[in-house]
Write a protein that binds this ligand. Structure first.
Ligand SMILES: Cc1ncc(COP(=O)(O)O)c(C=O)c1O
Length: 495
């Protein structure tokens, strides 16, 4: 008996609630935010006139979350005053492109896109042209086949809505996500392309998926029933599903040896429609061939039985490069759309025209001169040996900057020069030593990840701006891991 795929008794799926009435708390927060916006100087500092009590400290923390700059604070205040309040991060994500501010409810922030470089704080720049060019390059490598662009995990950290929209505008034929919330955020943002949710769902979510025309990956009888019942409840003729086969990765999917049972069950159920059939390779080139054979064998058997398998798709980025024969009806790349290779072997043996898309930047929050023996960081993480200038950057591990970058010998790039990281990465800060002949001020831009592959120049010492690969080398984290951990709340700017 296969384990149940759908969480029938799991956590309730919560539909986004949009509450248009500002609560007393909101009113208070709005007023306080406005006052603070006047106090907050252009350097993003705040002076308190008296020692705050615990409640004030808590409020100040929340308010400062909005008040990175005076402008942001006012924008946040406007959003609240207008009563544009939502209690659900996914809905907030969808609304983010139209919301002027980032604080949406009692301290819960929503992702947002910004038009111009902020005056303070950290942010992400997304190179729209690079995304489009990568899609075109991948499509060409896949022999012109349709592309299901994988935008799961917040579009690999790039920002789900702006990235998905750019890819759809550039010609992506379909999208894939791994959570119901991501799927609904894509729909809420107005994208009506074919959309596959590869991740889990529960009975309530199933209705929403059917209503919104989201295709659901299925690998158990319970999964089929769940989607079929949802279609009946919401009055749709059928629920679109993709049958996921496990051909050797051993993650999720009906074992290929039992695939016929699920395919037949889906085919016979009048309330579901097989929109696609898929598997995932383990990216071991030899074993991938064996997996492909297993997939093809199962597909042929089903086709002989008269089952329509819909769109067959198996090739992620590595598959597109390593295994062109496995392109089938559609390819399903992720990392290459973001300008990165799935592994070193592919980069070495089968390079295509890819351009990194994401830059991570931060405005210098503070600059100080340390005297010999003075230290920075908790437990005096770094002690200056001589007089040194140190810049503090407002980004830390909570924003997704990897702590291992400091012991790994990392640097950031300010005014075309490498500034070595010192001390430690704390939750919201990291420090960098500034060369003594370099003038750095509060508000100057530091680049922590550059998308400018190769053409960002190098300094006199031969250092170049850090790209995601280099940061990966310093930290021992894969490019996937680095990008996907970037905090969704970092503002994204399309450039
Ligand atoms: C089912 C599935 N398909 C496709 C992809 C895309 O993989 P890649 O980013 O290596 O192209 C992923 C990512 O992990 C995945 O889980």
């Amino acid at each position: 008996m296969p384990a149940s795929q759908i969480g029938l008794r799991g956590q309730r799926f919560v539909r986004p609630v949009v509450d248009s009435r500002p609560s007393l708390f909101h009113k208070y927060l709005t007023a306080a935010t406005r006052i603070l916006a006047n106090i907050v100087g252009t350097k993003g500092q705040l002076t308190m006139t008296k020692e705050p009590n615990a409640r004030e400290r808590w409020n100040r923390r929340e308010i400062l979350g909005v008040a990175g700059t005076g402008a942001a604070a006012l924008a946040g205040g406007t959003a609240l005053a207008a009563g544009t309040v939502t209690r659900h991060p996914a809905a907030a994500g969808a609304a983010s492109t139209s919301l002027p501010g980032c604080l949406v409810d009692e301290g819960v922030q929503a992702p947002r896109t910004i038009e111009s470089e902020p005056a303070a704080g950290a942010w992400i720049d997304l190179d729209r042209a690079a995304l489009g060019a990568n899609l075109a390059a991948v499509k060409e490598a896949a022999g012109g086949r349709p592309v299901m662009a994988v935008v799961k995990a917040n579009a690999y950290g790039h920002g789900l809505v702006p990235t998905a929209r750019t890819l759809v505008d550039a010609g992506a034929d379909a999208l894939m996500v791994v959570t119901v919330d991501e799927a609904l955020a894509v729909r809420d943002a107005g994208m009506d392309v074919p959309l596959l949710n590869f991740g889990p769902f529960d009975a309530e979510a199933a209705e929403e998926l059917v209503r919104r025309g989201v295709e659901q990956a299925i690998y158990t009888e319970e999964g089929i029933d769940g989607m079929a019942q949802a279609a009946q409840r919401v009055g749709e003729a059928t629920a679109p599903i993709h049958v996921m086969m496990d051909t050797g990765l051993g993650r999720v999917g009906v074992p290929h040896t039992r695939a016929q049972e699920i395919l037949v069950a889906a085919d016979r159920n009048p309330h579901v429609r097989i929109a696609g059939t898929l598997t995932t390779f383990s990216e071991d080139p030899d074993f991938d061939r064996e997996q492909f054979l297993r997939f093809e064998t199962a597909c042929e058997e089903a086709t002989r039985a008269g089952i329509d398998l819909g769109v067959r798709h198996v090739a992620s980025s590595a598959g597109v490069l390593d295994f062109p024969d496995a392109g089938l009806d559609m390819v399903r790349p992720g990392i290459m759309l973001y300008g990165q290779y799935p592994n070193e072997r592919s980069r070495r043996d089968r390079p295509i025209e890819l351009q990194p898309v994401l830059s991570l930047k931060a405005k210098v929050a503070y600059v100080k001169t340390l005297q010999p023996g003075q230290s920075v960081g908790y437990l005096r993480a770094y002690t200056a040996q001589s007089a040194e200038i140190v810049a503090t950057l407002p980004i830390g591990h909570s924003e997704g900057f990897p702590p291992a970058a400091v012991p790994g010998g990392g640097h950031v790039w300010i005014h075309g020069r490498a500034c070595p990281l010192v001390g430690e990465v704390t939750s919201n800060h990291v420090e960098a030593r500034v060369p003594e002949d370099l003038e750095v001020r509060i508000g100057d831009t530091a680049t922590l990840i550059t998308a400018a592959a190769g053409d960002g120049g190098s300094d006199d010492a031969g250092n170049s701006p850090p790209n995601a690969d280099v940061l990966g080398d310093w930290t021992g984290v894969s490019v996937y891991g680095l990008l996907m951990r970037l905090n969704p709340l970092l503002p994204r700017r399309l450039v």
